[in-house]
Design a protein around this ligand. Sequence first.
Ligand SMILES: [Ca+2]
Ligand SMILES: [Ca+2]
Ligand SMILES: [Ca+2]
Length: 316
Amino acid sequence: MTSILKAFTPTRTAAPLWLRLGIGSIGVATSLLVGMSPAPAATINYTADSFTDGVTGPVIGGGAFELYGIGYVQQGNDLFVGLNTNLPIGGFADTSVVGGSIAWGDMFFDFSDPALNLTFAEALAAGSIYGVRFDTANDSSVALGVYQVAATKSVVQTNNGFESFQSYADRVNGVNGNPSLGAIPLDGSYLSHTDLPQNEIAAGTFLGDVTFIDDFSTVGFAADFGFGAALGQTGSLTYGFRVDSSLFPAGDFVAHVLAECINDGLGFRGELMAIAPRPETEEPKASATVPEPGSLMGMAIALGTFTLTQRRRQFP
Ligand SMILES: [Ca+2]
Ligand SMILES: [Ca+2]
Ligand SMILES: [Ca+2]
């Protein structure tokens, strides 16, 4: 019964996750299209990156590889992830590297129990790493989509990249930049800072599709996904993707994405619900069709079963 109640709880009562996660994470109410009412529960959770840790040749900060922040929000079983950056999707054209460009690597989501305090490598071995390939131009070993990841690979050596986070941090620090992976420390405690940085999926089990979003205004958000209000500085581009959140486990996660050269990257923490409330304005029919929790539980008891699939039908 607990999971059913959770699925229909309209708002979370716990302190917002960003409050518990420290510097860089910012909770800002979803900015919907002009004229619509604010969403009751949907909140984009932002994590700001350093604005002076993107390396573009001799330029540190503000160059082609500068990443400014990442935001995510779950609505129903839609997980939207947005990036604010100067790096175009498809990457930085360079005929000397594999794929003809230095693009974003794949985004990894670690759903291992936070209490276990696993490193990324340990979480990978435990089967807790999920990955999203969202850029068709990168050098990932898998097709676009969502995966339970079995193995990762490093593509830094074939993309003119740094061969360790330590060498990256040394380079940025050397010009008074501020190297940062946001929620992930650069001290080797989660991602090795001496080994080749792992930035793409080498093998995994395909779980579902990813939908690239070039313009967030087409899916009910501000075109900049709210980055303009949430971040102290912004880059020239905002884009992202949508995946079905039910492909992932529910619960706390730590995620990160690195450029193929690790010239910038960012980690962020969050939490997925089994299914999250949707903005009232998005589906006016939902309020008329969703049974009250009490009657729904009664129905479930009467039927003797209540599957996740049935729950999803209430929130198409
Ligand atoms: Ca940055
Ligand atoms: Ca490449
Ligand atoms: Ca960074």
